[in-house]
Unconditional design. Structure first.
Length: 392
């Protein structure tokens, strides 16, 4: 049985050290870290006074110190919805087997892996099956149910589903049903987004452009003049003034259905929408992608300025203010309607549950990308509290 200060861990694909940050609550010593990105390496050193080694594929397992826990947020692009979904056919997907070779050699008592939730369904479940069966074959017990967790389950105003794969040596414990309580936990000690997004960091670097303000005002006016307040389909203004006969015959059914709903919306609100077009110069100044609008706030708000807003390739998206949308590395950084500015990296840091003293990269865009790639520290702590319960 380990005492807190005897736990040694390694941090693979470490990023800026979210796992390391979580382990601060449990004591222990990081004896090895690996991360290829030089900007992440500098932030890791700034906070933990150790420079991660580079490419893990070039580091022999004999050169890695013995350890009690292996952490790895292994690259997710091969499995994510935003990537090409190539899985093990992508060289980055094969990095999982570098984790396996290190586990086989060192046989640590524990490991904790993290990836996108899409890993579970990728390739009809075959990818996740290969991963779990491989881990079992080398002597580890893992949860029977996929452990898909999001910070909002634990009271944090963030929607960010991820798969966590905790493992323990079979001769020590059985993890099959140990984490079921985490799967059922919901919104305990719920925080509001505005408790974090509090205008403390309202600086010029984060202000939105005159163009963006104009687009938000335009769609807010549109929302106020139409006859429905919960829009259950994407609004595509380019299709307002066409007829059903104008829709190309080879249009997919799903898209045709959306176009018909837009035509109907226009016909019901023709007078008001025509005035809206005239007021905003027929939208000639608006980028094509911003002529689309997505309402995802239900009945919870009555004004776009009460929402969180994203300018996305699919359109201008409006979300409820109580949950920050999924934080991703390719961050379309959300606009806080209440303040007409984007979220500050310091706020995103708190949303990701990093300590307030944690030092971010000085370049705000790099900092946001790194935070988007990081694990949520609070979720990791919840998993660790169960993993290490007998040893605390």
């Amino acid at each position: 049985m380990y005492r807190k200060n005897n736990i040694k861990f390694i941090d693979l694909f470490a990023g800026i050290g979210g796992f390391h940050q979580a382990m601060k609550d449990f004591g222990g010593e990081c004896v090895f870290a690996s991360e290829m990105d030089v900007d992440c390496q500098s932030v890791y050193f700034e906070n933990y006074k150790m420079i991660p080694c580079g490419d893990i594929t070039t580091i022999g397992e004999n050169n890695i110190p013995s350890h009690d826990i292996l952490f790895a947020g292994f690259p997710c692009q091969p499995f994510s919805k935003g990537g090409f979904r190539k899985g093990f056919n992508d060289i980055r997907g094969n990095l999982f087997f570098d984790i396996v070779r290190i586990l086989k050699h060192h046989q640590p008592k524990y490991f904790l892996l993290e990836n996108v939730s899409n890993l579970v369904t990728h390739d009809n479940g075959n990818t996740y099956k290969i991963i779990t069966e491989t881990l079992k074959k080398i002597g580890y017990s893992i949860p029977q149910k996929p452990l898909i967790l999001s910070p909002n389950q634990f009271g944090l105003p963030v929607l960010r589903k991820r798969i966590y794969i905790p493992g323990v040596k079979k001769d020590f414990d059985n993890y099959e049903n140990k984490f079921d309580t985490l799967l059922s936990e919901k919104n305990k000690g719920k925080l509001s987004s505005y408790s974090i997004l509090n205008n403390k960091y309202n600086i010029k670097l984060l202000e939105i452009s005159t163009y963006e303000k104009g687009v938000i005002e335009m769609w807010n006016d549109f929302y106020k003049i139409i006859d429905i307040k919960v829009i259950g389909f994407p609004v595509w203004s380019n299709y307002f003034k066409i007829s059903e006969n104008d829709i190309p015959k080879n249009t997919p059914k799903w898209k045709r259905d959306f176009i018909l709903k837009n035509i109907d919306l226009y016909n019901r609100n023709k007078k008001n929408i025509d005035l809206w077009f005239k007021k905003y110069n027929n939208l000639d100044w608006v980028k094509e992608t911003h002529k689309k609008f997505e309402w995802q706030a239900g009945k919870d708000i009555k004004d776009i300025y009460d929402s969180l807003i994203q300018f996305r390739p699919s359109g201008v998206r409006v979300k409820r203010p109580d949950y920050f949308s999924t934080l991703v590395a390719m961050n379309h950084n959300q606009i806080i309607g209440k303040f007409l500015r984007r979220a500050h990296p310091e706020e995103v840091k708190i949303l990701q549950s990093f300590d307030q003293k944690f030092k971010l990269h000085k370049d705000k865009n790099i900092a946001l990308k790194q935070l988007g790639n990081a694990v949520n520290v609070e979720v990791v702590k919840r998993v660790l509290s169960i993993m290490l319960n007998k040893n605390k």
